[in-house]
Design a protein around this ligand. Structure first.
Ligand SMILES: NC(=O)c1ccc[n+]([C@@H]2O[C@H](COP(=O)([O-])OP(=O)(O)OC[C@H]3O[C@@H](n4cnc5c(N)ncnc54)[C@H](OP(=O)(O)O)[C@@H]3O)[C@@H](O)[C@H]2O)c1
Length: 287
């Protein structure tokens, strides 16, 4: 799998496996399956409530820690200097690891300045190899980045062929921050798996629409973490290293960009309220 060098010199696989919406009881098997297929980067989060399953899966896989790239994210309920620091130690414990490769702030709500300071300290302490953000857009991104010493290595945003984040990529470029795509297959929306443009382009290379959409992100140096609980789809999504899209193909796929996200408007007060209440509602340890 191809890798990308982050702004602090850390090398990261361009493609990994995301475990959002995989129940803790199914997650260990799903991660084992992904590792078996060849994935070496796993994207989890405190608020996916499956970090421990990820930890068990890699520990029992026999894969050396240095051959893995573990990503997790600090949730809003753990925001602030002290709570974030404590939650990082808790993530390390659940993931059964001495260091996290990439740690992100999951959402731009709560005391995220305190969280970022705690992450900078964890970086200094060697508990984390790189730090970054998720779902920080526009002014919030610029404000945090301008005020913090360590520039984020990665910004994880909803990114797929229908929402290519061109404007955010321009904002990120001066800081060397890399784009990491969540929902890289648009969670199946817009008929992505049978989309005529993607299907026609893919057919020329003997590839599916999903593979074409993922290869496009790779060609644009966008890190992607497609999720599937089906082994054959894990294999399909991972088999994108052996073809290259032509300049014409890339232009045709660039033209699919709708210019705005399809899933979440982070300026929506109702979304803010939902996310602020999320942990109290969904954390199985708090039920
Ligand atoms: N930072 C954030 O706020 C945030 C938000 C959302 C997601 N994420 C991260 O991004 C990862 C991926 O995003 P996502 O899971 O929302 O969406 P996604 O990867 O775009 O799409 C996943 C969906 O597509 C299906 N699928 C996958 N490969 C397929 C294929 N080749 N053919 C047909 N169907 C296929 C999966 O079904 P099956 O599983 O049934 O195969 C699942 O329903 C998450 O797991 C998480 O790690 C982060």
């Amino acid at each position: 799998m191809k890798t990308i060098t982050l702004n602090n010199g850390v090398e990261m696989p361009l493609q990994g496996f995301g475990v959002f919406q995989i129940a803790p009881q199914d997650c260990e098997a799903a991660v084992r399956s992904a590792l078996d297929v060849g994935y070496r980067m796993i994207d989890t989060a405190q608020a996916y409530y499956n970090e421990a399953a990820v930890g068990r899966a890699w520990r029992t896989s026999g894969i050396a820690r240095e051959d893995l790239f573990l990503v997790t994210k600090v949730w809003i309920s753990n925001a602030g200097d002290e709570r974030a620091a404590k939650s990082i130690d808790e993530s390390l414990r659940k993931l059964e690891t001495e260091y996290i490769d990439l740690l992100l702030i999951h959402q731009a709500f709560g005391d995220y300045y305190g969280t970022y300071r705690a992450m900078q300290k964890a970086l200094e302490a060697g508990k984390v190899r790189a730090i970054g953000l998720s779902n920080f857009v526009d002014a919030r991104f610029v404000d945090l980045v301008e005020n913090m010493e360590v520039k984020p290595a990665v910004l994880q945003l909803e990114t797929h062929v229908f929402s290519q984040q061109k404007r955010m990529r321009e904002l990120m470029a001066p800081y060397g921050t890399r784009l990491m795509a969540w929902a890289p297959l648009a969670e199946g929306r817009n008929g992505i798996f049978t989309h005529p443009t993607l299907t026609a382009i893919g057919a020329r290379y003997g590839k599916t629409a999903a593979q074409t959409a993922l290869r496009f992100l790779m060609a644009e140096d966008v890190i992607a973490i497609p999720k599937s609980v089906h082994r054959e789809r894990l294999v399909e999504n991972f088999s994108i290293d052996d073809f290259e899209l032509s300049a014409e193909d890339l232009d045709a796929i660039r033209a699919l960009d709708g210019g705005k996200p399809m899933f979440a408007d982070f300026n929506d007060p109702a979304l803010a309220k939902f996310l602020l209440e999320y942990d109290a509602k969904f954390n199985p340890e708090r039920q």
